[in-house]
Design a protein around this ligand. Structure first.
Ligand SMILES: [Zn+2]
Length: 261
């Protein structure tokens, strides 16, 4: 499932392909993706506009229009944005498509239709409406992180994945962050020591920055990362111990029993 690094890769993709192009026609092919907006409104508010800026908060990507309104994308399990030219064939599983005046096209594809689009007056309004926590990468400080975690008592893995706590971390990167911090996923937040909180904060930055720099392409992620071997039969990249699995809020959580406590 796309997490912060995948969303950031999509934001950069949009940034490099669709800025300052006039949207001529909007096709909504599957209305199930519409989050807080009707088909009629999204069409009337997008047509004739240009995307002038892109933003990201957690797993959400916003395309700011020259009207200052924002089209916000959430990628669900399988959502992707695909840019193509008039003479190129369209991708499959298109749920919404922007057709630009110059013939370029942008498709929002989604195989399982769990992706969503929203429309808001600003990204700030959207973040408040969704009650999202601070972005897990941009602007997060150790002081803020300590303050946020001191209010929590749940399992640390569940806390990290809670989008109201921090926006952007999901199942895979939560496992990686805990692995690199030496913290067991079942620990509760109120048992995490001061030095471990600092380690956790540091790992969040290191892991997410590494994945963002790799363009969320796992082939470019360091070989000693858990996510390369994370799964049944996987062995710890540091010590070779067989990984173990527990479920936290229903999600498979892999960890090394030798050095995560
Ligand atoms: Zn190990």
């Amino acid at each position: 499932m796309p997490e912060l690094p995948e969303a950031e890769a999509s934001r950069r993709y949009l940034d490099s392909s669709v800025l300052y192009k006039k949207i001529e026609v909007v096709d909504v092919l599957d209305e199930r993706i519409l989050g807080n907006v009707s088909k009629e409104r999204i069409i009337s508010d997008l047509e004739g506009r240009q995307i002038v800026h892109t933003v990201r908060h957690g797993k959400y990507v916003g395309a700011e229009l020259d009207s200052s309104q924002v089209l916000i994308l959430h990628f669900g399990m399988t959502g992707k944005v695909r840019f193509f030219k008039r003479n190129e064939s369209a991708p499959r599983f298109v749920t919404m498509q922007l057709n630009f005046e110059n013939g370029d096209q942008l498709a929002f594809t989604c195989i399982r239709v769990l992706c969503r689009v929203f429309f808001c007056e600003s990204m700030k309004e959207f973040i408040e409406w969704k009650n999202l926590g601070p972005d897990a990468l941009d602007g997060l400080t150790l002081g803020l992180f300590k303050d946020l975690i001191s209010r929590r008592t749940g399992r640390i893995k569940a806390v990290l994945m809670d989008q109201h706590f921090l926006a952007g971390i999901g199942n895979i990167y939560a496992d990686e962050i805990l692995f690199q911090s030496g913290i067991h996923p079942m620990r509760t937040a109120d048992t995490i020591f001061e030095d471990e909180i600092a380690q956790l904060f540091n790992s969040i930055g290191v892991v997410l920055n590494e994945a963002v720099d790799a363009g969320a392409n796992w082939a470019l992620i360091p070989k000693d990362y858990l996510l390369n071997v994370r799964g049944p039969g996987g062995k710890c990249p540091s010590c070779g111990t067989q990984l173990e699995m527990v479920r936290v809020v229903g999600r498979s959580s892999y960890y090394c029993p030798k050095h995560q406590f």
